[in-house]
Design a protein around this ligand. Structure first.
Ligand SMILES: Cc1cc2nc3c(=O)[nH]c(=O)nc-3n(C[C@H](O)[C@H](O)[C@H](O)COP(=O)(O)O)c2cc1C
Length: 353
């Protein structure tokens, strides 16, 4: 399958700072086959309001629908576990059983009713999983810290089961009606643990060379693509830097992502950090934007910039500079559900839909 045609390269060209008109933050945009009313994305944020069995609750319906009403183009639902042993917390949500579908269908329907598109972020915590739901699994038996403890190095059968779990979660996500899926490969969780030499010391075909460290990502993404079908919008969230000379730099991340272009990667959501406890969080204003720019240039795939991006002018400036194609907003939306609408007003009211 060659999905490269599905990549909206017109969006890239439109943002080329060398002469062409940059995309308007508030104008309709395409993300693969998906039409968005604007380029503002609600960044995935854990709500810690899931039921004990990882079902979404009435809180999620209200929370996400309210931010959709506030004007974002795409709502990204928080980290959602593909397997019980991959849950990040005891109160997060999952998509690994039939029981998880209907509560998330209610979230999807409520967000659609407010005019936004909605995606789900599929995750597995690996060595940073919540204790007590199964074995702590990771590419190598290296602890993140004393609190999480030392994980088991995954067997081939455990790797195969984790890959299959991404496919199963995708089928449930489609049943729930999600418009897109984001594979969580950032923040030191399972996929990132495979990608980074800091988490991965394997000497089999999943470790060592970049090609081998990227194998789990490719297998997980391919499982999602197989379950989703050829035109369904798929994104990946990565940590654009490990902030460690032993770890990944944005150029490395771009190369690890390159094989996903042929599997129909529609956008890369570029965060940073999380692979080791030493890394500071929220280093400074727009500190992750250069990573999004590097990955965008290297891959020619649209990027989503995120992290301390504040105000409509700054968001538009990032698009104008060709650093990214979409802007994700996190914490301001927790405080102000109408933050997207506030930005639109502050910009002088170019229509949002
Ligand atoms: C409470 C909270 C929960 C978060 N949960 C997730 C998550 O589930 N998945 C994820 O990739 N990032 C998560 N993040 C990171 C945000 O998506 C975002 O990248 C980060 O907050 C930086 O953007 P901001 O400066 O606009 O808040 C979370 C952040 C916060 C504050």
């Amino acid at each position: 399958m060659n999905c490269e045609a599905a990549i909206p390269l017109d969006a890239l060209a439109a943002a080329d700072p060398r002469g062409r008109t940059a995309p308007d933050l508030f104008a309709p945009a395409r993300l693969g086959s998906l039409r968005l009313r604007n380029r503002l994305v609600m960044s995935p944020m854990q709500q810690y309001q899931g039921a004990a069995d990882a079902r979404a609750t009435a809180h999620h319906v209200h929370h996400y629908a309210r931010r959709a009403r506030g004007g974002v183009g795409l709502v990204m639902v928080e980290s959602t576990a593909v397997a019980p042993e991959g849950r990040l917390f005891g109160d997060d949500i999952g998509l690994y059983s039939d029981a998880h579908v209907a509560p998330l269908r209610a979230v999807v329907d409520a967000v659609h009713a407010e005019g936004a598109a909605i995606a789900v972020q599929l995750s597995h915590g690996g060595r940073k999983s919540f204790r007590g739901t199964g074995p702590l699994l990771a590419p190598s038996a290296i602890a993140f810290d004393a609190g999480y403890g030392t994980p088991q190095a995954m067997s081939q059968a455990q790797i195969d089961a984790a890959v299959a779990a991404y496919g199963r979660a995708t089928r449930y996500a489609l049943q729930a009606g999600f418009d897109a899926i984001e594979l969580h490969a950032a923040h030191g969780f399972l996929v990132h643990q495979f990608l980074s030499p800091i988490g991965n010391r394997r000497d089999d075909r999943y470790g060592g060379s970049a090609r081998n460290r990227g194998r789990f990502l490719r297998e997980a993404f391919a499982a999602i693509r197989r379950a989703a079908g050829p035109d369904y919008p798929l994104l990946v969230r990565v940590s654009g830097s490990d902030f460690d000379p032993q770890g990944l730099a944005p150029e490395d991340v771009a190369e690890l992502l390159r094989p996903l272009r042929e599997l129909g990667l529609q956008a890369v959501d570029v965060s940073a950090g999380g692979i080791s406890p030493a890394v500071p969080y929220g280093i400074g204003v727009e500190y992750q934007v250069p990573f999004a720019a590097t990955i965008r240039r290297a891959l020619a795939v649209p990027t989503i910039a995120v992290g301390l991006i504040r105000g409509a002018e700054r968001a538009q400036a990032i698009l104008d500079a060709g650093h990214a194609d979409f802007i994700a907003i996190g914490r301001p939306l927790l405080e102000r559900p109408d933050y997207a609408e506030d930005l639109r007003r502050a910009r002088g009211g170019r229509a949002a839909s």
